[in-house]
Design a protein around this ligand. Structure first.
Ligand SMILES: *Cc1c(COP(=O)(O)O)cnc(C)c1O
Length: 407
């Protein structure tokens, strides 16, 4: 098949819906359009039955024993808000301390910031150079006032997979609730709410080949039974935790996407891991001065975050318009701040501004990988040829010791 341009290598930002997902959704827009809350006719029952199948499919993906532990939401931003604010509000008489990390998604960080304004105390744990959280740091941060620990499964920029099992053992032993934003890793790396002692888990469909605008929050129902305060008042849908008429077609698609990952996830991850390694090998074969950001093994199979020293990431993105990926400068907002995740890992501004995140996924082909590796290599060489700093570096001049003329 001929290469279609541009090549999509930004699977951490969103994924295309799998055609099998779309096909499953379609009848629920038209002939099966019922409201899942309509209890007294067949239209409602059909919709309710479809939602309950999806609930089981999503439950299976996270390892939940009871499908009722799945609460459908509009996506992971809402799930993160509901988990953290919901626990904070419900358990505020028990304590006012929350532990999270500096590399969480903004949906977690900004939620915590909001709670700080309301009198909660939040500890933001830093990470090592490899982007990993140290479970000992979690242990040392726990106090008698701690009600919640929130650590993501896998980071959306550097793909680092966190030691949730170790952290879950600590929180469970102390009777502290444990939440994870599992968006990036679910179905891609091993995950299980029981083994990891998780109490709350945020998920979104559009990062796993489902539709946008639908997600879920796993809320443990036994040992312990987790309670959260709802954010929306209304009809009391989703066991009173999330009011609002269910988006049945999206939920059906979300369920199908979960089922596909349960069945095909492990094999798919292996294939994608090989393609990611192929991309890296081919880049390393053509370029020097590459720095891989994030732990080399404990990372998502489809993630490659590289700093191309002496090259501005934004300039490189402009030069490789035939590839859709992200730089370490622009991914958080419209501003050109260096990524706070790379910053938290102790990576300097220069290398952070030189970083590119490649995200490979279900529809990535070997041909695309080779095309991207060769195009990036050509353009990096070209940009470096124009860089006096790279030239000086090649001549063996230590740039740290150079005294630049004052202006
Ligand atoms: C994309 C993403 C979110 C936000 O999910 P939405 O469904 O788009 O709101 C939250 N956390 C992580 C880690 C993400 O990658």
């Amino acid at each position: 098949m001929a290469l279609q341009l541009p090549v999509y290598m930004d699977y951490h930002a969103t994924t295309p819906a799998d055609p099998r997902v779309v096909e499953t959704m379609l009848p629920y827009f038209t002939e099966k359009f019922g409201n899942a809350a309509s209890r007294n006719h067949a239209f409602g029952w059909t919709a309710e039955e479809a939602v309950s199948v999806a609930r089981e499919q999503v439950a299976r993906l996270v390892g939940a024993k009871n499908p009722k532990e799945i609460v459908f939401t509009s996506g992971a931003t809402e799930s993160d808000n509901l988990a953290i604010k919901g626990v904070a509000e419900f358990y505020k008489d028990k304590g006012n301390h929350i532990i999270t990390t500096t590399i969480e998604h903004k949906a977690v960080l900004d939620t915590c910031k909001r709670l700080e304004k309301e009198g909660f105390e939040v500890t933001y744990l830093s990470v090592g150079k490899d982007g990993l959280v140290d479970p000992d740091d979690v242990k040392n941060a726990l106090t008698d006032k701690t009600i919640l620990v929130s650590v993501m499964l896998a980071n959306n920029e550097v793909g680092t997979v966190q030691p949730l099992e170790e952290i879950g053992a600590l929180t469970r032993a102390r009777g502290v609730l444990f939440h994870s934003d599992a968006v990036q890793g679910l179905g891609k790396v091993p995950f299980d709410v029981e083994r990891m002692n998780l109490d709350l888990v945020s998920i979104t469909a559009h990062k796993m080949y489902g539709p946008k605008g639908v997600g879920a929050l796993y809320v443990r129902r036994s040992k312990p039974r987790v309670r959260i305060t709802a954010m929306l008042d209304g009809g009391g849908h989703e066991f009173g935790m999330r009011s609002g008429t269910l988006n049945v077609p999206a939920i059906v698609g979300f369920g199908k996407a979960a089922q596909i990952l349960v069945e095909e996830g492990p094999a798919e991850s292996e294939r994608i891991r090989k393609q990611r390694d192929r991309l890296l090998t081919r880049l390393e074969g053509q370029l020097d001065e590459l720095k891989i950001n994030g732990h080399r093994e404990k990372r998502l199979p489809g993630n490659l975050n590289i700093s191309f020293a002496f090259v501005e990431g934004e300039a490189l993105l402009m030069a490789i318009k035939d590839v859709a990926c992200s730089s370490g400068s622009a991914c958080t907002s419209a501003s050109l701040e260096p990524s706070y995740v790379l910053h938290a890992m102790g990576i300097g501004d220069d290398l952070a501004h030189s970083s590119i995140r490649f995200g490979l996924g279900r529809f990535t082909t070997d041909e695309e990988v080779d095309f991207v590796a060769d195009l990036v290599s050509t353009k990096v060489k070209k940009l470096r040829d124009m860089s006096p700093l790279y030239e000086m570096h090649k001549e063996g001049i230590d740039l740290q010791t150079v005294e630049w003329a004052a202006h």
